[in-house]
Design a protein around this ligand. Structure first.
Ligand code: DON
Length: 321
């Protein structure tokens, strides 16, 4: 696809139209450093298979991955040990509970966490990353992401400290996981990796590129590098569709229909697979999308970002269903 200025103009118009939906949410108050950011921001970046970026709105903002990191640690762990190893330890079933709920664990006493996108599954995955200790495990993840993004990444120390100091629920959850023998590390060490991965700084451009690699089943069509297997990409996208937007995943599938993963920072990473029979010309060969809108709804998804994706998907016929 040519780098078409009309696409960027269209995105600018949709950002303007959807910005007001931020009032349907608030910034994540339970992590003070996230709570204080400007809730009115809204930015989007899309990338096509030729490496053209189409960006609109507040695209310069840096924010943290938060739960988007859960999809990436799942890929990183599966890449090292294979999918079978990971799926023996974490299931792929949605829970219908909040992302940080202890309820499914306590009531069902499953023999593994329900899925890698709820906190129980994500903390387990973080503890299993390759490496002798927490620091080495985090370094593995960091190296993996830097290879995908082709640039160094950093932790937002303020967000890390803020979450570390207020992580009482995640700490409680990690003690449950430890008691059930799911963790390969001590509670504080597993939490350290989990909170560090959540505090990794990204931009909408980064999320768009990661989304594109997922859309292309682990292959980067711009650099021509194959980063992970189709099998891993497929299961990750299944998880994105079934659990990626938490308890809005059904609604998101119905109205947007694009595999996506959200974070409480207000970020969304979405993977648009190629759709050659599409009704419209735009992004027929697939795309990656990064969105940032820090006012989140009760489920933990960007309020304005979700509404904007709904419009984009409808107008450009991007749903996979
Ligand atoms: O564990 C937490 O509460 C955060 N670090 C991440 C939660 C999150 O992003 C859930 N997503 N929407």
């Amino acid at each position: 696809m040519q780098n078409n200025p009309r696409i960027t103009e269209q995105l600018e118009a949709w950002v303007k139209e959807n910005k007001g939906h931020a009032v349907l949410g608030t910034t994540a108050q339970y992590i003070p450093a996230l709570g204080k950011v400007d809730p009115g921001k809204l930015g989007i970046c899309m990338i096509d298979e030729d490496g053209h970026y189409y960006c609109a709105g507040d695209t310069d903002a840096e924010f943290t991955l938060q739960s988007i990191s859960k999809a990436l640690t799942f890929v990183a762990l599966s890449c090292h040990y294979g999918l079978e190893f990971v799926l023996e330890r974490v299931d792929v079933e949605p829970t219908g509970e909040a992302f940080n709920s202890i309820v499914p664990f306590e009531i069902h006493r499953p023999n593994k966490p329900f899925n890698p996108f709820i906190n129980a599954g994500a903390i387990t995955i973080s503890s299993l990353l390759p490496g002798q200790n927490a620091q080495k495990k985090f370094e593995y993840l960091k190296g993996f992401l830097e290879e995908l993004l082709s640039h160094p990444i950093e932790i937002d120390k303020e967000v890390y400290d803020s979450e570390w100091a207020t992580s009482h629920r995640n700490r409680a959850l990690a003690y449950y996981l430890k008691e059930a023998n799911f963790l390969e590390l001590e509670v504080e060490e597993a939490l350290d990796i989990y909170i560090s991965q959540c505090a990794i700084k990204v931009s909408v451009k980064d999320l768009a590129l990661l989304g594109l690699i997922l859309a292309y089943d682990g292959y980067n069509p711009i650099t021509k590098v194959k980063h992970f297997s189709e099998e891993i990409a497929q299961v990750t996208k299944v998880l994105m569709v079934t659990c990626g937007m938490y308890n809005s995943s059904g609604n998101f599938a119905a109205h947007v229909g694009i595999p996506a993963k959200s974070g409480v920072s207000g970020g969304i990473m979405a993977a648009v697979p190629p759709k050659l029979h599409s009704q419209t010309y735009e992004f027929r060969a697939g795309a990656g999308i990064g969105v940032y809108g820090p006012a989140i709804d009760v489920q933990g998804n960007s309020a304005a970002g979700t509404m904007m994706l709904r419009q984009i998907s409808k107008e450009w016929d991007l749903s996979i269903f």
